[in-house]
Ligand binder design. Sequence first.
Ligand SMILES: NC(=O)c1ccc[n+]([C@@H]2O[C@H](COP(=O)([O-])OP(=O)(O)OC[C@H]3O[C@@H](n4cnc5c(N)ncnc54)[C@H](OP(=O)(O)O)[C@@H]3O)[C@@H](O)[C@H]2O)c1
Length: 291
Amino acid sequence: MKGKVCLITGSSTGIGFETALALARKGATVLTVARNSEKVKQAVEDLIEESGNENIDGFDIDLSSQKYIRKRAGEIVKKYPVIDVLVNNAGTWYSRLTYTEDNIEMQFAVNHLAYFLFTQELLPSLVRSDDPRIINVASNSHFHGKMHFNDINLTKKYHGLRAYAQSKLANVLFTYEFERRKTISKLSVYCVQPGLVKTNIGLKHTVSFHGLAWKIRRLSGVTPAEGAETSIYLASSEEVRGISGKYWDKMKIKKSSKGSMMKEDAARLWLLSERLCDIDDYFEIIADETE
Ligand SMILES: NC(=O)c1ccc[n+]([C@@H]2O[C@H](COP(=O)([O-])OP(=O)(O)OC[C@H]3O[C@@H](n4cnc5c(N)ncnc54)[C@H](OP(=O)(O)O)[C@@H]3O)[C@@H](O)[C@H]2O)c1
């Protein structure tokens, strides 16, 4: 991976940190993105120390804020005119209905809309790579998901699990619709499910009962390093070059849910996401680029 630039969101901890570490060990320049500036600084130090690779940079971005995403993505594109791999990995779980500053339900905003908007903002750097790869970290939870288009914030029937499953279904629908709509064929997009992984995702914004349930559930999970394996494989393997628009599990293509195959829902989600992010034409940003 020497000479490649890989950006991993949510890489201050958990699956994202392990993905960043493995890619740093393979020699890539790694850009680590997370919400909190102190945690980003710490992650950069740890990645350098544990990988022996000095080419690590960090950016604090609150991915729940569209203003922040646009501002920081602009800085990243200027500093890194070529980005080879984007891993949309940052994710969150909220027990209670919580709104972002853009007035959007938190899990839908961070787990889906941030993937959608951040990817678009980074397209100018991605298309300058000869093998650009976008990896969306989803979850098998999407099998239980349903798109609540008439109440996307789930104001009437909020439950953390329902909001999480909807956001993870959105990851898969986004991946497939991106593949159908992309204007540059070399852009490859992959969707990955890491399995049940022992991280703290279910302890951060949860009521005590949900926190306890997550502590018990994750006992049967794999380590974050194991959970990162498929993301690392998709970011670095020559075998998967150009195999775009698929759902991956344990380094193999897997069939995703029936709901994720609904083309009408994918198109509807795309238009809704454009509207919520105030985007007229998603690929306009790279309209001047040719193959
Ligand atoms: N753990 C599992 O069993 C499992 C299973 C299937 C899928 N996944 C998916 O795997 C991905 C990684 O999850 P994980 O288990 O590794 O969770 P984690 O350990 O909690 O890590 C999540 C990362 O995302 C960051 N993040 C959260 N909200 C953010 C925001 N608003 N702005 C910027 N960064 C933000 C976190 O930063 P902070 O620490 O500051 O919050 C952290 O760096 C997620 O997409 C999750 O849905 C996980």
